[in-house]
Design a protein around this ligand. Structure first.
Ligand SMILES: Cc1cc2nc3c(=O)[nH]c(=O)nc-3n(C[C@H](O)[C@H](O)[C@H](O)COP(=O)(O)OP(=O)(O)OC[C@H]3O[C@@H](n4cnc5c(N)ncnc54)[C@H](O)[C@@H]3O)c2cc1C
Length: 383
């Protein structure tokens, strides 16, 4: 029997789940409060410069997941793109992530890989046995000079607090390469959708069983009209923030245009604390095959998210996780709803993980229709 399902949010989560349900013969309504689809991955062709702009900040697709890679390629052609990030620190430009070139340039040396490894070990703070904070972790791995040039200021600007207040887990593994590989991501597949992410999501949503309604905000009162809701909005928002707001960092993008090539790369970080922005992104370099003359750039500033801002990065420290646990308890009392995506589960999710979870969630729901079991409120572990 065809059921009537509501996707709250026309981002990747809502689009991918909606598509799977539509293909299985169900009726899907996708709503979004915004006036466009694709959520935070939204891309838009700029009228003045003809540059494809990543409206909510740059998005680079990278994954090891074969199924997800073939899924996105089913809807859009992905062209090769390697993210080669640079950083400006104390009046010089270096390559990130820290690699042999960065080390040699920073310390004015010509070290080979083994020599660089030994050299950095001599710089590392070996008195730190069991790093607990981001700062300790960085000092333990790379020593004070590289920490201060590349991590300290950037992290303070990004998170609005000292790296000594952040958990070591943020800097999980040795953030250094002892070769000249400056490809930012490790994943097997990397690329950019030829016509942008919004064109891809438009094709995902292009199905006879899917109706899309933009400029439409829905909440708990709208539940009765549907057999099941997949909610990719903020979990605290579903409950009208009755227990308080979950903490996020938001971003301000200050756009400026340039006639030519402003910085010669897509992403330039700024590690110094006295530069107020974290990075400048030059959007035409995300579509290098387009060869545009004029340029659109964003200066990116990070700050605490207020109620009227777009939530970007979940803070997920102890206080936020305690509040999240309370919202999870409330959510588990709800019926016919599944909380999905980056806001519904209060986690930072890359696009490939979002799509993986959306495909899995749709599969679980379709299987549950066969077996008559209860669909979980969360299809993954959220805390
Ligand atoms: C600055 C930044 C850069 C990123 N860069 C990358 C990158 O380079 N590579 C990568 O893989 N990932 C990147 N990501 C992650 C990527 O943005 C997410 O994986 C993706 O957006 C998650 O999709 P989603 O559908 O879960 O959420 P969203 O894209 O946020 O979509 C949720 C949608 O729900 C709508 N909505 C919310 N509440 C309601 C309501 N009550 N009623 C109606 N509509 C509602 C919102 O308007 C929104 O459009 C980045 C994220 C950020 C913050």
């Amino acid at each position: 029997m065809a059921l009537r399902c509501l996707m709250v949010g026309a981002g990747l989560s809502g689009a991918v789940i909606g598509r799977a349900l539509a293909e299985a013969g169900h009726n899907v309504i996708v709503v979004d409060a915004r006036d466009h689809i694709a959520g935070n991955c939204h891309t838009e062709r700029d009228a003045a410069t003809d540059v494809m702009v990543h409206v909510y900040g740059p998005h680079i697709f990278h994954t090891d997941d074969e199924e997800v890679w073939s899924y996105v390629n089913r809807f859009e052609t992905f062209l090769p793109f390697k993210n080669r990030v640079k950083t400006t620190s104390q009046g010089a430009v270096y390559s990130l992530p820290i690699n042999l070139h960065t080390i040699n340039q920073f310390f004015g040396k010509t070290l080979r890989p083994d020599e660089a490894r030994a050299f950095l070990e001599s710089k590392a703070d070996l008195s730190i046995d069991d790093p607990q904070t981001f700062e300790e972790q960085a000092l333990r791995f790379v020593g004070r000079d590289l920490y201060e040039a590349f991590f300290k200021g950037y992290t303070m600007k990004q998170w609005g607090c000292s790296p000594s207040e952040l958990p070591a887990s943020i800097l999980k593994r040795l953030p250094v390469r002892f070769n000249y590989d400056d490809n930012y991501f490790f994943h097997k597949y990397q690329g950019m959708p030829e016509n942008g992410y919004t064109a891809m999501v438009e094709k995902i949503l292009d199905h006879d069983n899917i109706a899309v309604r933009l400029n439409t905000r829905v909440g708990r009162a709208d539940m009765a009209d549907y057999d099941h809701i997949f909610y990719s909005g903020p979990i605290d928002g579903w409950f009208d923030y009755e227990l308080g707001h979950l903490g996020y960092r938001t971003l301000d993008f200050e756009r400026f245009d340039y006639d030519g090539d402003y910085q010669g790369c897509a992403v330039m970080n700024y590690g110094d604390i006295d530069v107020p922005y974290t990075r400048i992104t030059e959007h035409k370099h995300f579509s290098p095959w387009e060869n545009r003359k004029k340029s659109v750039l964003y200066r990116e500033y990070s700050r605490a998210c207020t109620e009227s801002d777009i939530p970007y990065y979940p803070i997920r420290q102890v206080a936020e996780k305690t509040l999240l646990a309370e919202y999870i308890k409330l959510a588990e009392q709800e019926k016919n709803i599944t909380f999905v995506g980056r806001l519904g589960t209060y986690r930072y999710l890359d696009m490939d993980v979002t799509i993986r979870e959306a495909l899995d969630c749709a599969r679980t729901w379709l299987a549950v229709q066969e077996t008559g079991q209860k669909m979980p409120v969360f299809n993954i572990s959220v805390l």
